[in-house]
Design a protein around this ligand. Structure first.
Ligand SMILES: NC(=O)c1ccc[n+]([C@@H]2O[C@H](COP(=O)([O-])OP(=O)(O)OC[C@H]3O[C@@H](n4cnc5c(N)ncnc54)[C@H](O)[C@@H]3O)[C@@H](O)[C@H]2O)c1
Length: 305
């Protein structure tokens, strides 16, 4: 079970910009947990729905400011809003290199890039789910210039809604999610298109394998396009690796894929000092941080055999 952080100072308020599926869920989950939460959205319906869940609607933001807007709005969403000069800024965007580059240029070490690995093909405030982050991995960028105390405060927000924090760099994140998220979106689109080309009988017989393999392409095409185009280089490289795998003899390919999918790995508990290299090593090993204590974090890494 996830243990919750021992606060070393009062938890700062959280302000969420973009109260749709991800931002609305985060704001509602934090408010339900007793945290002071404010927020803003350009859509009045999203503002109303969040207010009904305990979020104070305001354009004056302080504490930890979370950008939960579409990737295309990341650079402009704070325009017209008042941000406390000591606020920590973070985001939930699915691609990290371009977001970190532009927001670090604006906010320096006060910006901490993030990406919770959860969400569904639904979007908007109607898709709000208080349990969305429970058990999810939440990638949190520790760039050379990131201020570690601010990284820890954002990590505590993720831990407070039940996520596990994976320390990463933006580049490592984008390479990894190309393989496990962005390529699957393209493959789902290709599967759906190829099945349609096979004719109405194929679609009429389509059942579980087809449904599971194509689920993600039900997402908003604008969202998927922004994601894969925002991470075009790593996605093209990961797609080339999939194409190379498809060239293997089929029995060999099936055996290798099955072995990966059914691999069992035990976990080893770790205590990690509050230091960039040590934290990043947890993420690189495939592990995660599960709680914050005064002088270190606790987490786990996969057991190596
Ligand atoms: N949907 C997923 O599965 C998923 C998963 C992880 C991360 N993300 C990332 O989270 C972010 C939000 O995604 P989502 O699925 O919650 O989208 P969403 O469409 O459900 O919500 C986005 C919200 O932002 C609001 N918005 C748009 N422009 C704005 C602006 N300029 N100022 C204030 N509000 C604005 C919209 O009105 C909407 O309520 C994206 O950056 C996305 O990459 C999405």
């Amino acid at each position: 079970m996830t243990s919750f952080p021992v606060p070393t100072m009062p938890a700062p308020p959280v302000a969420v910009v973009g109260l749709g599926q991800l931002g609305g869920s985060l704001a509602a989950a934090l408010a339900a947990g007793g945290r002071e939460v404010s927020g803003w959205d350009v859509d009045p319906e999203a503002r109303e729905a969040a207010a009904a869940r305990g979020v104070t609607i305001t354009r004056e933001l302080a504490g930890i400011v979370v950008l939960a807007v579409p990737l295309s709005a990341m650079n402009t969403a704070l325009e017209g809003l008042t941000i406390d000069p000591d606020a920590t800024i973070t985001d939930l965007g699915s691609v990290k290199r371009p977001v970190v580059a532009s927001l670090e240029a604006a906010f320096g070490g006060r910006f901490v890039g993030g990406h919770p690995m959860c969400g569904t093909e639904r979007s908007g405030h109607a898709a709000t789910d208080l349990t969305l982050f429970a058990g999810a991995r939440w990638a949190l960028c520790l760039e050379p210039g990131t201020e570690l105390p601010r990284w820890l405060r954002v990590a505590e927000v993720a831990l407070a809604v039940g996520a596990e924090v994976v320390p990463v760099t933006a580049a490592e994140h984008d390479d990894a999610v190309a393989a496990i998220s962005h390529v699957p979106h393209l493959l789902a689109a290709a599967l759906a298109a190829a099945a349609a080309d096979s004719g109405p009988l194929a679609l009429a017989l389509a059942a579980g394998s087809f449904r599971d393999g194509t689920r993600v392409i039900g997402s908003d095409p604008v969202f998927v396009t922004a994601m894969v185009e925002g991470n075009a280089g790593p996605t093209a490289e990961a797609l080339a690796r999939v194409q190379a795998e498809l060239d293997r003899p089929w029995p060999e390919l099936i055996a290798v894929g099955h072995a990966v999918a059914t691999r069992q790995s035990a976990r080893r508990a770790v205590r990690v000092p509050l230091e960039r290299a040590a934290l990043l090593a947890v993420g690189r090993a495939g592990g995660a941080v599960t709680s914050r204590l005064a002088a270190f974090v606790e987490g786990w890494v996969p057991e190596t055999t």
